[in-house]
Design a binder for this molecule. Structure first.
Ligand code: MD3
Ligand code: FE
Length: 219
């Protein structure tokens, strides 16, 4: 029996105070637009790369930075090889403001100026961590396209339980504001082959996070 036959609309859920999961927020044509844009962002120079941790370990996720580049544990305008980071696209600023307005009813004071595009193949994962290198309380906006992932949302105190596992599917939005802004989170698993043809990806998962650096000026 097909799951789709009995698929009900998924409701928006507050995962923890200030953290909202909004299923199917991106329309299919918006997903396709972002996939097309991501292909151009991923191209060299300053294209897709794997971050090397201080331990020497290489992250399994491949990523493109826009606006500012994150390298453990700070934001810079230049990549490790000296290339200048690509500019922050106006499209991402507009999406982030629309998302935050939709969920919280107001937009943050600090401008959105950082985009991080993460690509997960079937084996990629991201360990539990906090995003604490921004100097702004503005909510982080996360958009998922392609294969479903298991997203693990922990607590603000420890890298250990309690945590909640939630499937993020293509088109889903999550915003992390208020007390959830500094919560531990990660991606323990991709569910290969679940993305369909959504957005025109042939496999894997694209996650786009949009943040405010809190830096003065135009970012
Ligand atoms: C909660 N990315 O890039 S998105 C990351 O799916 C990251 O690629 C994951 O964690 C991904 O740092 C998870 C959800 C997410 C992103 C940023 C957050 C959750 C967050 C920042 C603060 C709290
Ligand atoms: Fe994160």
């Amino acid at each position: 029996m097909s799951d789709e036959l009995f698929a009900l609309p998924r409701e928006r859920v507050e995962l923890a105070p200030g953290a909202w999961h909004v299923p199917d927020w991106l329309a299919p044509d918006e997903q396709r637009e972002l996939v097309v844009a991501a292909r151009s962002w991923a191209a060299p120079p300053a294209g897709m790369r794997q971050v090397v941790m201080p331990s020497g370990g290489v992250m399994s996720v491949r990523s493109v930075s826009l606006g500012l580049h994150w390298e453990p544990y700070r934001y810079t305008e230049f990549l490790p090889d000296g290339e200048r980071v690509k500019p922050f696209p106006a499209l991402l600023g507009a999406l982030a403001r629309r998302a935050v307005l939709d969920v919280y009813g107001s937009v943050p004071a600090d401008p959105y100026d950082i985009g991080l595009v993460n690509f997960y193949d079937a084996q990629a994962k991201m360990g539990l961590h906090r995003d604490a290198d921004e100097d702004s309380p503005a909510p982080v906006v996360s958009l998922s396209i392609g294969d479903t992932c298991v997203f693990r949302f922990g607590n603000t105190e420890t890298r250990t339980r309690p945590w909640t596992d939630v499937d993020l599917r293509t088109g889903d939005l999550v915003v992390f504001g208020g007390p959830s802004r500094l919560a531990y989170h990660g991606v323990p698993k991709i569910r290969p082959g679940t993305g369909g043809s959504a957005g025109g990806l042939t496999g894997g998962r694209l996650n786009i996070t949009i943040r405010a650096s809190g830096r003065r000026g135009d970012g």
